[in-house]
Every structure is written in structure tokens, then in C-alpha cells.
Design a protein around this ligand. Structure first.
Ligand code: CA
Length: 238
């Protein structure tokens, strides 16, 4: 069910790579993040984290510094070499010089363990807010379609579209990745919080409604293209 429009949904829903070797801490933090409505991929080593970061798109990394296979600062530097995803480092040591060293190595913020889920949530949203201010535009334009995240408004040919919350989230997610094929599993994980799922009718239902509101048909797409067996992409008509 779609609730009342919520202007922060797209921004609040993020995919987090959690790097933590302690299984107890890992599952607790994982639960906390899921409880906050985020999609979480938990891994236990720096090497796994680097592999995931190379292959996937994450909005944020929570990186434990006491990993078995690599020094935290080295792991951080290697991540920075691959992409500029925001990284919050989690350290057991409340050591100022160590924290300064990590911030200098490219960490966006830090948490001293043990931390509460409220503390994690606060750090996470502050870091994402800063990252978005730096990078992501609040409005996406694809052809004659505009999607304004701040106002949660989508317009086609200047006319405002009357979208449900989920339809808007879906459109915004695809618009932010214009021209890129977004796999079904990624949409289900990030917008419906159903990680590991590939097939779900709810996605098709929302897509078909969105398509109708965009005034197009699957057989003759203008913006919303189905890539059979893979996913969807939003692109301006050629
Ligand atoms: Ca550890």
C-alpha cells in the first residue's frame, strides 16, 4: 500500500555496504540499518568489501577498522581508489589521532563502538546530506521529463504527473540512472526492501501504472523501456 506522499523517501532509502568481521556486531548493525528502511549488504572482510564496491553501486559504506585481512586506513584508501562513495568508519578506539588519520585518509565521518542505532541513523543522514549537496542534482531531466526530488514533483511536457509515492520513487530511481539498464533485483532491493528477489508482481504493477501515467505503452515506449529478462531503463526517445 502506498501511504501519504513522503518527500524524503527517495533520499532516505539507501543501499549500504556494511563491512564488519564480528558476526554479532554485523547482524546487530545490519538489523538496525534494515529497521531504518535501508537495503544492507553485510560482508566480513576488506577484500569482500572491495570486490562488492567494484561491482555494485552503494550509497554508503560503514567500515569497521578492525578487520582481519587489512588495516582500516589501507582498506579506506583502496576504496577511495575505486569510487567516491561516502564512508563512515567504525572504530573501537576513541583515539583522536587515529580518527584524524582516518578522516585525512578520506573517511566522511566516524562512529566509536559501541554505538546506538539512533546514533548510526544520525551520522548516516548527515553524511548522505553532505554527499548529496556536493554531488547529486536534486532535479533530473530526461528529454521532456523532469523529476524534482526536493519537491517530489514529476513533470512531462510541463504538466505535473499525479504519481503515487512508489511510482515517484521508481521514476526518480530510474531518472537518476538515465540510460542505464536497472536490474529488477536492484529495484526490488532498493525500493521495496526485498533483497535477493528477482520476480515480484508488485514491481510490474507499479511499472505498468507509471507507464500509463507517462502516456505510453510497453509496445511503444517513449521513456520507459523494458529490457526483457533484465530490467528497465529510462531514456529519452531517440
Ligand atoms: Ca572488527
Amino acid at each position: 500500500m502506498d501511504g501519504a506522499p513522503d518527500r524524503v523517501t527517495v533520499r532516505a532509502m539507501v543501499s549500504v555496504l556494511l563491512v564488519e568481521d564480528d558476526p554479532v556486531v554485523r547482524s546487530a548493525v545490519s538489523r538496525a540499518l534494515t529497521g531504518l528502511g535501508h537495503a544492507v549488504l553485510p560482508v566480513g572482510t576488506a577484500l569482500e568489501a572491495l570486490r562488492e564496491i567494484t561491482g555494485g553501486a552503494f550509497d554508503l559504506v560503514v567500515l569497521d577498522l578492525g578487520l582481519p585481512d587489512m588495516d582500516g586506513a589501507d582498506a579506506l584508501r583502496m576504496m577511495r581508489g575505486v569510487c567516491d562513495v561516502p564512508v563512515i568508519v567504525a572504530t573501537a578506539r576513541d583515539d583522536e589521532s587515529e580518527i584524524v588519520r582516518l578522516l585525512n585518509a578520506g573517511a566522511d565521518d566516524y562512529l566509536v563502538k559501541p554505538f546506538s542505532s539512533e546514533h548510526l541513523a544520525a551520522r548516516l543522514s548527515a553524511v548522505l546530506r553532505r554527499a548529496r549537496k556536493d554531488a547529486a542534482p536534486a532535479t533530473f531531466r530526461v528529454g521532456r521529463l523532469t523529476v524534482d526530488l526536493d519537491r517530489r514533483e514529476a513533470r512531462l511536457d510541463g504538466r505535473e504527473l499525479n504519481l503515487t509515492r512508489k511510482e515517484f520513487d521508481l521514476l526518480a530511481y530510474l531518472a537518476a540512472r538515465e540510460g542505464k539498464v536497472v536490474p529488477r533485483a536492484e529495484l526490488l532491493a532498493n525500493l521495496w526492501n526485498l533483497p535477493g528477489r528477482h520476480d515480484d508482481q508488485t514491481l510490474d504493477v507499479h511499472l505498468s501504472w507509471l507507464r500509463r501515467k507517462l502516456g505510453e505503452r510497453a509496445a511503444q515506449p517513449r521513456y520507459l523501456h523494458t529490457v526483457r529478462g533484465v530490467g528497465f531503463k529510462l531514456t529519452a526517445a531517440e
